[in-house]
Design a protein around this ligand. Sequence first.
Ligand SMILES: [Zn+2]
Length: 356
Amino acid sequence: MKKRDFIRLLSLGAAGITAGSPLLKSCDSSRREPLAPYWVWMSARDTADVNWQGRFSQLADLGVRGILIQSSEEGYRELGPLAKSAGLEIHAWIIALNHRNKETLEAHPEWYTVSREGKSTALHPPYVEYYSWLCPTRKEVREFVSDRVTRLTLIEELDGIHLDYIRHSDVILPVGLWSKYNLVQDKEYPEFDFCYCDVCRTTFGEMEGIDPQDLEEPFANQAWLQFRYDSVTKLVNELAVITSQHNKKLTAAVFPTPEIARKLVRQEWTKWNLDAIFPMIYHNFYEEDISWIETATREGVQALNGKFPLYSGLYIPALSHGNIAEAVEFALAGGAAGITFFREGIMNRRFWSKIT
Ligand SMILES: [Zn+2]
């Protein structure tokens, strides 16, 4: 797999996912009960040649309760009734803060996060060329994302909004990716450390009396770390107010455990006001055995302490027909309310037959 594909999958990025499904070609007539309530990440970028009604019905029969799906607003209006008639919940899966968008880059280059080296992700995206990130400390950025979510909440057929890339750029990549990028990220390095934009520096300066650019050990400054966790939390919780006002659910795809999420991407997701969470418990990215799925799940469940349910996200390319059932069992043993699979389009009949 190419480097950029790998990191894209890590973050559940949109581009590159096709709408094709092996399911319809291979209907399984001898089903048992699913091991757990299932969810799937899937894309509907190309809706032309797909029998969505049939595909949704098959997924429901396999024990899928809900779909996290990428589409256009028009697509959601078309797919929503089909998913619901099959008995599925349907949530709009959106890429929130990673926003390599020509219009926005030209109109608002100042909205983008800036590294400790002073380089903006608008002009100098780290790791891969699409890694341009909006800074959630900026009111205009929060309004921009809120407007998008508000428009989606007006689509009657949707049950909820699913946030992805709701974080800062990786200050440290998962250890399993270091060799791909020829990096050793044993600590926070300036070129990967964000956000030192004007608004963040000023806002933090007013709160703490120091410009974060002047911190000798920014990676050890708890207030500065917390400021960036809070910048994302504030946005999420503003979005939660909007979705609840419109009777929609709000969920998110996040890094695998509370500790890893804070450390790598400044997500403090235990403080988010969500209806459910879908951590990407992708053991191979962390060079872990599949038994880690249980311990990682348990860390999240215990930290949430019943605040909302956690559905363990499993990475299908790193699993086999031989161990997928075991991976599901590990997640359930860790306290997961269910399982989410990345991604539906590559789940063939043999995979499903092992877990239903
Ligand atoms: Zn900023």
